[in-house]
Design a protein around this ligand. Structure first.
Ligand code: SF4
Length: 348
């Protein structure tokens, strides 16, 4: 049994003009001690997945289907009072932007001590001892527990937030873009810290990022999301070395490679589709250079090759992605737009 099992999860947001399909029938799992990266552009639904797991959707959001199981226990539909017990103790979150997670007028040590006192039967002395151990573990001298957040650099503040997230010894740590606001050197240090904590404490990690290279450094598995759906998932080495979905391929090409010839990443033409009235078929079709007629009509089928899963009409049964089609992307987008209002035959 996996520590976290998400099955057919669907989340909707009430917005002016209808209901936004933020997450649409996604399934994946995180095993004990495993690190899984959830990747995709802004607006693809990855943060919504994290909020759904923690039971912290905004007021206009609702889980409308599926299941979220943590250590076999169903979280969907669980009363808030019960769910609150799981947050911090069994799962906790590291946000991007540590300054927002820390209270600027409370000493950092007290901010780590507080969840220990709140969620466990510990004396203040015991909580202080644990907080000091945690500071030490994340690479900050316990002598600095009396300092305030503004007295730390961005990277050190993020270490304090990680110490806070570990205060109640959770089994699952969710990192929502935990390194996005940091410079490259500090980002590498924080990723190293997360990796060593995972190994030393046997934690499971769900790392949410728009950057596939961040996930490649830290995770065992990658789950790629596009427009509320999973398009590809599998062992990170396989996804990184041989993407089977055109979107993952483009996401990788958009990442600057400092070692190879590709100095500047290429952008992905087009924008994420409207999720209030999403397109029929594959949601990537207006931006895809392999699209064919079936992509405009039928949801892409699932294919699994050696534990590497993809949803795409173009990929062959042995997991090969044929070369891009000749049709320019913008021309294709125009045809798709036409197809929505009238019947247009695509040239294949
Ligand atoms: Fe989607 Fe079709 Fe492109 Fe595959 S080939 S990503 S199914 S549009």
């Amino acid at each position: 049994m996996s520590l976290l099992e998400i099955t057919d999860l669907a989340v909707r947001f009430r917005v002016p003009g209808g209901r936004l399909r933020a997450v649409d029938g996604i399934s994946f799992a995180v095993d004990s001690g495993e690190a899984v990266g959830l990747v995709g552009e802004s607006g693809c639904g990855k943060t919504t997945v994290a909020r759904a797991i923690l039971g912290r959707l905004p007021a206009n959001g609702r889980i409308v289907g599926g299941s979220i199981r943590l250590a076999g226990e169903e979280l969907v539909g669980m009363p808030e009072s019960q769910l609150r017990r799981h947050r911090w103790r069994d799962m906790s979150l590291v946000f991007q932007g540590a300054m927002n997670a820390l209270n600027p007028v409370i000493r950092v040590g007290d901010q780590v001590i507080e969840p220990i006192l709140q969620h466990e039967r510990a004396t203040r002395q015991q909580a202080q001892r644990r907080a000091a151990e945690l500071f030490d573990r994340v690479g900050i001298s316990p002598a600095r527990m009396r300092d305030y957040p503004h007295e730390f650099s961005g990277g050190m503040r993020q270490r304090v937030v990680i110490a806070m997230a570990l205060a109640n010894r959770p089994k699952l740590l969710i990192g929502d873009e935990p390194t996005t606001a940091l410079d490259v050197m500090v980002q590498a240090q924080i990723l190293d810290l997360l990796e060593s904590l995972r190994r030393e404490l046997g934690l499971s990690l769900l790392l949410i990022s728009h950057d596939l290279s961040v996930v490649a450094e830290t995770c065992d598995q990658a789950v790629v999301m596009y427009a509320g759906r999973i398009v590809e998932s599998g062992p990170i080495a396989q996804v990184y070395a041989g993407p089977m979905h055109p979107y993952t391929e483009k996401l990788l090409a958009s990442t600057p490679d400092v070692r190879g010839e590709r100095a500047i990443g290429t952008s992905i033409p087009g924008v994420v589709p409207d999720l209030v009235s999403p397109l029929a078929g594959c949601r990537f079709n207006p931006r895809c250079d392999r699209a064919m007629t079936a992509c405009l009509e039928i949801d892409p089928p699932e294919l699994i090759v050696d534990g590497h899963r993809v949803f795409c009409h173009a990929v062959t049964h042995d997991g090969r992605l044929p070369p891009p089609r000749e049709l320019p992307v913008l021309e294709h987008a125009r045809l798709v737009a036409d197809a929505e209002t009238q019947s247009v035959e695509l040239v294949e």
